[in-house]
Design a protein around this ligand. Structure first.
Ligand code: ADP
Ligand code: MG
Length: 242
């Protein structure tokens, strides 16, 4: 029984079919890294898992709930799925603390006192206890991304989705963000991570999925994908990025 089951997922934008039939099961506590060339549909795939896109065909089932069935409360379902974006998407006019407190309070999940406690605990966890009263503009990219991770965690999700979380960062800040993600993986968080950090994928992923042209071309454990890729397209992609 997978925590996330994706069956026959297709997604088109107008006449552009971006996802052409994706089947994936992600088990509880599993870390899945998705790699592949630009434009292959990785972001669209993640956005479909988080209901940020209406899907064209197929099913996305999280915790045995079909996210596209008519009788599901989509906002409720999404509360259990945290998402972190390449460009952080923090609220610029809110302090760091308020960025993290906002969603759980707005959605009535925590009262102000609880939200503050949670935010401070999460800031400590991502190594930013001293930044509670700062504003996003006063933070480095790596710090912003760690706040964004803390903000996603404030909803107490049991799945985390990451879309190239380190791609917008200066190289010296990549490690601090990957470090937080490694901690989450160790703690058993179920994660799907779109990344170009092949070293990270190799070290942390239980499974690596190579996407190209709207399909999953190949998947396997890091050993298989990075050590003995089978498909021509996987081989040529890895030759370019490694
Ligand atoms: P990747 O993340 O692998 O680079 P994306 O999922 O972002 O790929 O994009 C795959 C394709 O989907 C691209 O051709 C892109 O132009 C198209 N696409 C993505 N989002 C939209 C959208 N909102 N409207 C129209 N086309 C889109
Ligand atoms: Mg993308």
């Amino acid at each position: 029984m997978g925590k996330i089951r994706i069956e026959g997922l297709k997604k088109s934008f107008g006449s552009n079919q971006v996802l052409k039939g994706i089947d994936v099961t992600v088990n509880e506590g599993e870390v899945v890294c998705v790699i592949g060339p630009s434009g292959s549909g990785k972001s669209t795939f993640l956005r479909c898992v988080n209901c940020l896109e209406d899907i064209t065909a197929g099913r996305v089932i999280v915790d045995d709930r079909d996210l596209n069935s008519k009788d599901i409360d989509i906002n409720k379902a999404r509360e259990n799925i945290g998402m972190v974006f390449q460009h952080f998407n923090l609220f610029p006019h809110f302090s760091v603390l308020k960025n993290i407190m906002f969603a759980p309070m707005e959605l009535g999940k925590l009262n102000q006192e609880q939200a503050r406690e949670t935010a401070l605990r999460l800031l400590d966890r991502v190594g930013l206890a001293d930044k509670a009263d700062s504003f996003p503009s006063q933070l480095s990219g790596g710090q912003k991304q760690r706040v964004a991770i803390a903000r996603a965690l404030a909803m107490n999700p049991d799945v985390m989705l990451f879309d190239e979380p380190t791609s917008a960062l200066d190289p010296e800040m990549v490690g601090e963000v990957l470090g937080v993600m490694k901690d989450l993986a160790r703690e058993g968080m179920t994660m799907i991570i779109v990344t170009h950090e092949m070293g990270f994928a190799r070290e942390v992923a239980d499974r690596v999925i190579f996407m190209d042209g709207g399909y999953i071309v190949e998947e396997g454990n890091p050993e298989q994908i990075f050590g003995k890729p089978q498909h021509e397209r996987t081989i040529s992609f890895l030759e370019k990025v490694l």
